[in-house]
Design a protein around this ligand. Sequence first.
Ligand SMILES: NC(=O)C1=CN([C@@H]2O[C@H](COP(=O)(O)OP(=O)(O)OC[C@H]3O[C@@H](n4cnc5c(N)ncnc54)[C@H](OP(=O)(O)O)[C@@H]3O)[C@@H](O)[C@H]2O)C=CC1
Ligand SMILES: Cc1cn([C@H]2C[C@H](O)[C@@H](COP(=O)(O)OP(=O)(O)O[C@H]3O[C@@H](C)C(=O)[C@@H](O)[C@H]3O)O2)c(=O)[nH]c1=O
Length: 293
Amino acid sequence: MKILTFGQTGQLANALKCTQPDTIELIQLTRQQVDITQSQLIYEALAHYRPDIIINCAAYTDVERAESNTTQVMQTNVDAVRFITHVARQLGIRFIQLSTDYVFNGCSPTPYSVSQIPSAINVYGHSKLLAENVILQQQSNQFCIVRTSWLYHHSGKNFVSTMLHLMSQTSEALPSINIVNDQTGSPTLAEGLAHFLWKLCLQNHWSPIYHWSDAGMCTWYEFAQEIQSQAFALGLISSKVPLIPVTSQAYHSRVKRPAFSVLDTKASHSIFKPKPWQQQLAQYLYSCSLIKK
Ligand SMILES: NC(=O)C1=CN([C@@H]2O[C@H](COP(=O)(O)OP(=O)(O)OC[C@H]3O[C@@H](n4cnc5c(N)ncnc54)[C@H](OP(=O)(O)O)[C@@H]3O)[C@@H](O)[C@H]2O)C=CC1
Ligand SMILES: Cc1cn([C@H]2C[C@H](O)[C@@H](COP(=O)(O)OP(=O)(O)O[C@H]3O[C@@H](C)C(=O)[C@@H](O)[C@H]3O)O2)c(=O)[nH]c1=O
């Protein structure tokens, strides 16, 4: 089976590369090879490689900058997806589009099921939601959306890498870290998502939407506490800087983020069962400690 991904340098693309089964031929294209805002380049690549499945790992993912960069966000996250869909349909290629928990407004008291109606509250989430609608309009079991949340991988800049960096500063440079404690979600190790996607590729027909995250939930503050405690035990950090729980309002971000964006992943468990997020974090930090030695 031949799989093609756009966005070769990203977290998910790297995780797919690290977990690639022997039976899969994986073609990964960098932005230099195919800038997905250039529709002609998309067409030429797909016509040339003729993959069985496209997994679109490319996206504009800087949630803060997205607020003031709407044109580029829409071109990357929506227009490109529309064109990939068009060419995929024309060439008979199956297509998996990645999406996010940020398509939800965060007002639900319980985990979001795949049938719940999304409504985004920031530019990034809005763009990903528009892309979802492009896929859903196809009404084809050869196209699907995989929503995930709070993704991290060695290759990327993410909450875990940011926290490890901040927690390594001296107490003079950084006496404490303020962390938002009123946003709840599910951290997701990119390798786990990659395993899920490989299993999904083996299915002949897809549901319109899948949810995938590691099991369990936490606030960003609780996530930071767990990162700190595990990283300290492994010797990745030498001291414990005080972590201060704060509200979103006190954090002063220009972006509104959902207060609760936990995805209900139950329907995906028959394909692949997620592990608890704390266990996945332990695996990630343990491999960081091996790299450090
Ligand atoms: N990160 C997260 O927490 C979450 C991510 N997702 C979704 O999962 C998917 C993968 O995310 P993740 O791996 O974290 O993303 P990353 O930010 O790690 O990677 C994004 C990739 O997209 C590429 N890219 C951006 N613009 C273009 C373009 N115009 N043409 C070609 N390539 C481009 C980047 O290339 P370059 O290196 O050149 O910039 C990079 O390789 C995305 O759809 C994202 O929306 C969903 C939920 C959570
Ligand atoms: C660095 C930092 C962040 N925060 C807060 C801000 C925010 O509410 C939360 C997470 O901030 P980040 O900028 O790391 O995360 P953010 O870019 O919002 O992460 C999102 O990325 C996109 C791509 C997704 O699809 C989402 O699932 C989600 O993972 O933590 C603190 O409270 N203190 C800090 O020191």
